[in-house]
Design a protein around this ligand. Sequence first.
Ligand SMILES: [Zn+2]
Length: 307
Amino acid sequence: MVAISRSTAVAPRLAASSAPATLREGAHGSSVVTLQKKLKSAGFDPGAADGSFGPKTLAAVKAFQKARGLAADGVVGPKTWSALNSATAPKPSTGASSGGSGPTLSLGARGEPVKALQNRLNALGFNVGAADGDFGQKTLAAVKAFQKARGLTADGVVGPKTWDKLGIKVQTPSTPSGGGRAVNGYVNGVARQITVSPIAGGKELRSDAAAAFNRMHAAARAAGINLTVNSAFRTMEQQRALYQAYLNGTGNLAAKPGYSNHQGGIALDINVGATSSATYRWLAANASRFGFARTVPSEPWHWEYRP
Ligand SMILES: [Zn+2]
């Protein structure tokens, strides 16, 4: 019963003894089991938790130390123990769950929530490199490793369950007034500069549509519906690629480059599933309140901002 339980019941026992012993390669015993379990839940594979500090545990300790900016000497002293404890401790003041939340993020997302995700992954020992706010391949790999280490489906999409395990609360971005990014959009074949802003999930819409979408996203979330967006504003390059796929018979119907309302920043494809889904039904009942309407009869996922 010298438990590695993370429940609060173990706290008095821990308080009685001071810091755990310093461990190095060749060590054996229950404190090595503790070390191995902590490494594992921090996402570093020490091999079996067999209480024997061998080469695999050594490699995991060194990798963990390196990820945490500690001297990678493979010796588990007070600093490494403390880093391991903070990497694996449940967040205070949240019951059974670690209680994190945030907007759904996936490959290609950008912005502050991505930066917060990256900082958290780095702090937990899942190296994403620089926290640049850009959800690229390195972040994707770190998310998948994190999900795997925490027993989640390793799909690389940061949804409610993954946020929960990450244990931080990140706000869905709201459109800053007067903010946004000037881009080359197209409306009815005519190039036109438009201003786009991030939406929940990290994609972008024309700023007024983005603000409306973020309000809708928050309302949906309050109703237990998570709106995820597969496509929003598209550049000319992206539209060309989709149109080519359509011509090749490998993609959905796509408008001619320059003529998609995605290029005007007002159209978005929402992951609705079937029209019988809770998500679709919520949209059908509520989207108009936020200025969104369906405009393509054959595409239940395609919505446009038409206030
Ligand atoms: Zn669309």
